[in-house]
Design a protein around this ligand. Sequence first.
Ligand SMILES: [Zn+2]
Length: 513
Amino acid sequence: MSDPTTSRRPRVAIAGLSLEASTFSPARTRIPDFHPQRGAEILASRPFWADGGALADAADWVPILQGRAIPGGPVPAEDYEALKAEILDGLRSAGHLDGMVFDIHGAMSVVGMDDAEGDLAVAIREVVGPDVIISTGMDLHGNVSWRLAHALDLLTCYRMAPHEDALDTKERAVRNLLARLALPPDQRRPLKAWIPIPILLPGEKTSTRIEPAKSLYAMVPQAEAVDGVLDAAIWIGYAWADEPRNCCVVMVTGDDEAVITAEAERIASEVWRRHEEFTFVAPAASLPESLDAAFASTARPYFISDSGDNPTAGGAGDVTWTLAELLADPRLAAPEVTALYASIPDAEAVEACIRAGVGAEVSLKVGARVDAGPSGPVQLTGTVRHITDGDPDAITEVVVQAGGLHVILTRSRKPYHLESDFVRNGLDPRTADIVFVKIGYLEPELFALAADWMLALTPGGADQDLLRLGHHRIARPTYPFDTGLLDPDLRARLVPMASTDCEKNTFLQRSAG
Ligand SMILES: [Zn+2]
């Protein structure tokens, strides 16, 4: 005999906006950049709840609106408000809900607004009420303000950078939610211990491939395994947005206040104890130093990250400073050298190459249409070697050869992570001498392919040298903007359970609690 109040599958809404936005980039992320998904498309986009997936029948899923943009600039307020309104309308008309999966990155910026995810979470809470359990699985480069932590019930994030566990994390957030929904209503909400740590570091210093992040993130599953803990997480935070919320945050959730407090404080104190040990994941140097190192080395292929304009961190992608330096370097003008440069988005230059055709000589001004950077458009004179269509981000890719340098131009902005991204363009990174990629740390496939690697500290919206970017709105003191800090308050704050009157204006987290 089944009891309809306990055997009923939970009804769980799905919605969210996922973006990492540099407030130092002049680019803007518009609605189409989110590739908004609705209804069944949302379910199809994650294998665990797609047809045949392990969680497909675990709930009555109510997919509403899911946007995921590649990193970029802030969202114009009117675009954000339109997406937010659609999510709220969808929730209002969803009928009874038991839970919600709030699928976000955590570093979205909206023009004129601080803490966009906090704003969205509070608005959602006001619509769904206090009894709906809301769970999120975020990027560890996201930010967790006090009000975001308050408005939600379950918060977790990736434990690996590069994010090889991204899908696992998204699934864990869903499984944690389902586990809580299996409990009686008065036991569903976990306690949340929250600790902001006054550090703000670029992802390229906090990869979990190396110390100290490797050991610090190893503490997370250990904490999760402790009795009384449901989940643990370290958000290293997002360095390229100048908002008061941006810093490192540790959260531990569970049912035992003493245990989650102790575990959160144990992790936070260790992060702080080691904060001055964070260094770049690869040898880092200026571009000229990186080039000298590459030419002095016999390691091939030698990779150089053009890190300041990394589109996966929010750079506009069309800063030409590095390309201009390379085109002026006589060592790369020699055709016996094979160097690959990925990439510069410039739709007009791509059109001009298509009109000229493969084999034609072209002389084009390229790049700097969104972010003029320090050098403006650069003159690229060379031979069109390849034209290809079909990449979902780049749309069209063109290769122009100038001496030994093969420059990939794209119709729209694309990060290059895979060997196939080059092979598709008729280029073989394995036999190249030097491969330049607009990226910070190399993604796993290129990391494995590189014989050696240097992180060039170049200018752009994701400049790795945070001190020259000019943050002025982050909470102070914060390392490395302030050094010699002693004894920050790393006691855990117990976040109140969500209510419909979440403190809308409380995002200045250092003083919260
Ligand atoms: Zn990330």
